[in-house]
Design a protein around this ligand. Structure first.
Ligand code: PRX
Length: 654
């Protein structure tokens, strides 16, 4: 209770940007923000066309937005460009020697690549990929640790028009197989291993296991040497990066690609058992990533910008690689964990590299808070001028701690709301303009028409909870779900209609306060957000029921102080199987094998039946309440067997 009152008091506080920060920013006041917003509202196409013209086009576009086949939209469709040229070539005249990428390995190595050097590496890698048979329109899977070759691989694919599909290094061999097969990848780029908390993550071995399960489309595996562990190489299939890339020519003209050419696929969890391949375009995505990085992070030429996200997630795509490089920034990339070798690793990096911008996740901030102020206090963090958060709602206490302890009460915080599907930041403060409130992502960016609506698509009144929707298309929106256009429509454009037209809805609930500020409440579908990672409850359930002992499973989220949500599984065993700690361990291991360690259930509760409605739907709301340890409230008359519920409530962990 005391905590709640405190949160409410903090939420009511407002932090305007300092006059000094505002002076140097591109958008300097709320008046300017409102003007930009109104301009985009009055002329959406003109607004975005102007933004798009900041990029280098190999063939200028004459069309801006084509909505004739909505929700399948096209942006800048008759224009041609190459995003790698926008990240690299166009900076060579003015900033060839400026560091583009500053990389820090977990064991402590440091490597800097200037724009010129990164350009050379990307050209060589692009030529090597071509030699290995990859061309425009092919898919390339990337399963790498956070090393420079990861950024190089993305840009090399983009340079030749191959569509990349990055698979986060925490996913298992089964998860790799499913993703590789779904989009028929021709080649996989991986490494012998990566470093995580002093241990080697055996990436190549996991890829080998994935290929053993059967990935018929894969012709080659390109293996970067990172840890120098001996890894078996399969003849004719596996090729070492260092035997092809350094020898390749450094001349590689970028391919002129249509704006709608698919730049990348990124798999993300939804409400079914199968992850969706979210497809992003080249031109619209480039415009969105460039625009948001410039405005939200208020980038200046002398910034040292660090986004701590892994490139395995969309945040790493847009805000470690493409956004900062298109803007000619210096982007920092770190391979390891925040607590290795000690819990001050981030602060050590900020001090050494003199980082000016830090963009990280609320889960990390909550962990830092718990570890204690002594770790940041060991370091000089005065280089920082701007802080950001992404991936989940941030609780006001963590926001205040971040502001005070890391930001020295002087750095604005941008709490950025967006999704894999949106490609780029959507709702966020502009650091020189927007007065911030702890816990609110504030207002939509100019050009983004976000709203909170009811089922009928009517805007909700102040502080009334509803569905967070986007009313108009935006350039960096996803274009489809790979190989499943129907699923694209069904998932994102089938919930809320206005005048027969579907609004984009991707699963979040929100409210808007009297100042028009958005407060995102989190997912209202069956998607969990565990430590900022998105997981489908159905995906974990189907992994569990794939185990020989399991008859039925239901997975829900439980509020978790550190991770936001924790995975709780209710499991019914097949008759004759006996619940035990050993079975629990086996089930956990099975989920890790099927999906990856990030999906490991925190808690498994055995039950002899699951509560269901008469139509057979599992009553998740009740399970959520049980998982949270709360009392079961509300109407249970639709329950098939109330006794089941009572037994569940009473059942202890075993
Ligand atoms: O629920 C929202 C939450 O993360 C979801 C998107 O997850 P993903 O596609 O993995 O992308 C994460 C990085 C962009 C959203 O539907 N989310 C993201 N940012 C915020 C957030 N929730 C509240 N506040 C945020 N700033």
């Amino acid at each position: 209770m005391a905590q709640d009152i405190e949160s409410t008091l903090i939420e009511k506080r407002v932090f305007p940007p300092s006059a000094e920060f505002a002076r140097g920013a591109e958008v300097k006041s709320m008046d300017e923000y409102e003007r930009l917003y109104a301009r985009a509202a009055a002329d959406l196409e003109g607004f975005w066309a102007e933004e798009a013209r900041r990029l280098d086009w190999m063939q200028p576009f004459t069309e801006v937005l084509d909505e004739s086949k909505a929700p399948f939209v096209r942006w800048f469709a008759d224009g041609k460009l190459n995003i790698s040229a926008n990240c690299l070539d166009r900076h060579l005249a003015a900033r060839a020697d400026k560091p583009a990428l500053v990389w820090i390995g977990e064991p402590g190595e440091r490597r800097t690549l200037s724009y010129r050097e990164l350009h050379t590496e990307v050209c060589k890698a692009a030529n090597a990929l071509t030699e290995l048979g990859v061309g425009a329109g092919d898919r390339v899977a990337v399963y790498l640790p956070m090393i420079p070759e990861l950024a190089i691989s993305l840009l090399a694919c983009a340079r030749i028009g191959a569509t990349h599909s990055v698979i986060f290094g925490g996913f298992s061999d089964t998860a790799i197989r499913d993703r590789v097969n779904d989009s028929s990848c021709k080649l996989i780029i991986t490494a012998d291993g990566g470093w995580r908390r002093g241990k080697i993550v055996p990436l190549k071995a996991t890829v080998d296991a994935a290929l053993e399960h059967g990935c018929p489309s894969v012709e080659k595996v390109l293996v970067v040497t990172r840890t120098r562990e001996t890894v078996p190489m399969v003849e004719a299939r596996d090729v070492r990066w260092e035997t092809v890339v350094p020898l390749a020519s450094a001349e590689c003209p970028p391919v002129a690609l249509e704006a709608e050419h698919p730049l990348f696929i990124l798999y993300t969890s939804g409400t079914t058992g199968k992850p969706k391949g979210v497809v992003h375009s080249t031109g619209g995505y480039a415009v969105g990533a460039q625009y948001t990085t410039r405005l939200v992070f208020d980038l200046r030429d002398d910034d040292v910008y660090w986004c701590t996200a892994d490139v395995g997630w969309v945040t790493g795509h847009s805000y470690v690689v493409y956004g900062p490089l298109m803007n000619g920034a210096t982007t920092v990339m770190f391979e390891g964990a925040p607590d290795f070798p000690d819990k001050d690793r981030f602060w050590d990096i900020i001090e050494r590299e003199k980082c000016t911008i830090l963009y990280t996740a609320p889960t990390a901030i909550r962990a830092f808070m718990r570890w204690g102020d002594q770790f940041p206090e060991r370091h000089d963090l005065s280089s920082l001028r701007l802080l950001g958060t992404v991936g989940e709602p941030i609780n006001p206490e963590a926001w205040m701690w971040y502001r005070r302890v890391i930001g020295g009460d002087r750095c604005p915080i941008v709490d950025t709301w967006w999704q894999t599907e949106t490609g780029a930041i959507m709702i966020t403060p502009l650091p020189g303009a927007t007065p911030t409130k702890p816990g609110s992502c504030t207002r939509p960016l100019p050009g983004i028409f976000a709203d909170v609506v009811d089922k009928e698509g009517r805007s909700c009144g102040n502080n009334a909870g509803g569905y967070l929707v986007i009313r108009r298309p935006w350039p960096s929106m996803l274009r489809t779900v790979w190989g499943d256009a129907e699923r694209y429509v069904k998932t994102y454009f089938s919930e809320i209609f206005v005048d027969g037209k579907a609004l984009y809805f991707a699963g979040d609930g929100a409210r808007r306060d009297e100042d028009g500020y958005f407060w995102v409440m989190g997912r209202i579908d069956d998607v969990l957000n565990v430590a900022g990672h998105r997981l489908g409850t159905m995906e974990i359930e189907s992994a569990l029921v794939g185990h020989v002992d399991v008859a039925e499973a239901a997975v829900v989220g439980r509020p978790d102080e550190l991770k936001g949500q924790a995975v709780v599984a209710f499991v019914t065993l097949k008759s004759g199987r006996v619940a035990s700690a050993a079975v629990k361990d086996a089930l956990r291991a099975h989920v890790v094998k099927e999906i990856g360690a990030l999906a490991r259930p925190e808690e498994i509760r055995f039950t002899d039946a699951l509560p269901k409605t008469r139509s057979g739907k599992i009553m998740r709301r009740l399970l959520k309440e049980i998982a949270a340890g709360g009392e079961v409230k509300g109407d249970v008359t639709t329950l098939e067997d109330v006794a089941v519920l009572n037994r569940l409530s009473a059942a202890d962990e075993e």
